[in-house]
Design a protein around this ligand. Sequence first.
Ligand code: GTP
Ligand code: MG
Length: 584
Amino acid sequence: MPTIGTAGHVDHGKSALIQALCGKNPMHLPEELKREMTIDLGFAHFSDPEGNPVGIIDVPGHERFIRNMVAGMSSLDLVLFVIAADEGWMDMSEEHLRVIHALHMDSLILVVNKIDKVPRDEAELVREDAEDNVQRILGRTIPVCEVSALSGEGIPALKQKILEELGKIPRQSEGSPFFFVDRIFSVSGRGLVTAGTLQGGPLKLDSKLLQYPCGDPLRIKSIQSHASQLEEALPGSRVACNIKLGGKAELARGDCLAARGAPILTADNLLVKLDASAGKGMKNHSEIELALGTAHALGKIHFLNEGQTVAQIALNKTISYLFGQYGVLIQPGGSSLMGAFRALIPADKDRRARRKSLEIAESQPVGTLQEFQLLKEGYCALENFRGRLPEGTLSLEHYYLCRSLLEEIIQDMNRLLKEESAGLTEKDLFQHYRNYPRELPAHAVSLLLEKGTVEFKDNLYFLKGQKVSLTPLGRQILSLAEAGGLKGLASKEVTAPGSQKEFQNLCRMKKLVFLGEGLYYSRPAYEEVSCRIEEHFAGKDAFPIAEARELTGLSRKFLLPVLNLMQEEKRLVREGDLRRILTP
Ligand SMILES: Nc1nc2c(ncn2[C@@H]2O[C@H](COP(=O)(O)OP(=O)(O)OP(=O)(O)O)[C@@H](O)[C@H]2O)c(=O)[nH]1
Ligand SMILES: [Mg+2]
């Protein structure tokens, strides 16, 4: 269900052409009919021989309405670029074709109109001149049709050509549906109706939509496409939805209505990649008018690199858009094109992230949002990934991982394990990478284990061959604990800075045993008392705590943690309030 559009200088017969193709005048505003001039977008359709509708969007040719023209150009399958045979190439022919080129609208037909008004050879001259100009601006030729919208001459052949060109465009119909609003009106008794060209996937009557940029939910009451009520509309077609807004935000042209999962971005400050040719001559920090999709906003452009190929555009309002979408910059208040760009991600607030994004925008071709994220974050979820994988990308179970990030993590792990000669538990090691999915450090450490540079012993990771050495403070703590015997050592008795960490290290190295509440035993003290209990109660009935107290002379404060540790070590089991020694 394609949608096509017109473009061209004022009065060259764009609306008349639509009337000739569709039998309907696309101008609908009273002001337009009075002045015989298109002001805003107009809509009509004709049917192909199978009865499938082809939607047409009419755009104004007058320079004052260039913003409406750009809005009309978004999401078209094909453009009819109209030149009147009596006037030939004019200012807005130039400007419109430059906009078409900037927006990368690839499918075009040059329509030489009003051939009834001039002799044959004059029309020929206009056609040749137009073809030269097309070649100059686009760098290629496009199909041409000569018509008279008034007499109808050439119209059937044009229709044929349109269908032929549309047949060449591959159509995909998957993903979540969305459309950028280009039209809003009220119908008495029915309420708000909004229209646009559907993209992404089929839109069903029960689809749940969100209104962007605000994100409020809304309800669809009915869907119309080319004057027919539908249960489901297909991407590429014009849709007019009778809706009920769910939030307080009003609906405006440029908003996007989209199902959850549609790749809509929102920003009032966005990173863009400028067309090399179009960015020239623009001053840094200058005011611009941005037209992106059906949205339009005022703002300032801030170049981020010397070549002026990457910039940040700060806008006076938040807009919704697609990653990689083509947009244009217009002279504020004027009608000439200042530049063209592709929208990237919303501008980063963080300086480091900003630098990274700039680096990617500068050095890489504009791919997909996921490609950009993969390059920027170093990883990306496998699910829903679209685009091309950069060289050296690894696929884990649920993520793609850039080799550079993997190497960074590996290097970092080596450093950490070198610093922690006493080894690190998995928890302690992985907590350094808590901003990443766990799969990433897990993969890095498994590579290190495989390579043999790291070993895993007693639930601890060590750098292979690393000598475990005690620090002077560690030695001091250990001798205090040893001297404490079965009275142990309370960590608060050691106040030297860094002592907490030393206690932990000594536990990891199995030189100390943590009893809880800041109390530690030296390993020999713990072994002595636990073995005594084991030997005494082995092969006997389960025993109460009182008997163990009698045997060891320890208070509950020491005895309970010792028994708990023995339980953890599977040397005894609990049976209610009693404990029984497990004999191997
Ligand atoms: N003789 C003749 N007149 C035409 C033809 N096509 C359009 N016209 C006339 O040219 C005038 C302008 O036509 P429109 O269709 O309004 O032109 P437009 O390009 O839509 O103009 P804007 O939307 O304002 O840019 C009208 O008076 C039409 O009747 C044609 O093929 N032959
Ligand atoms: Mg018109």
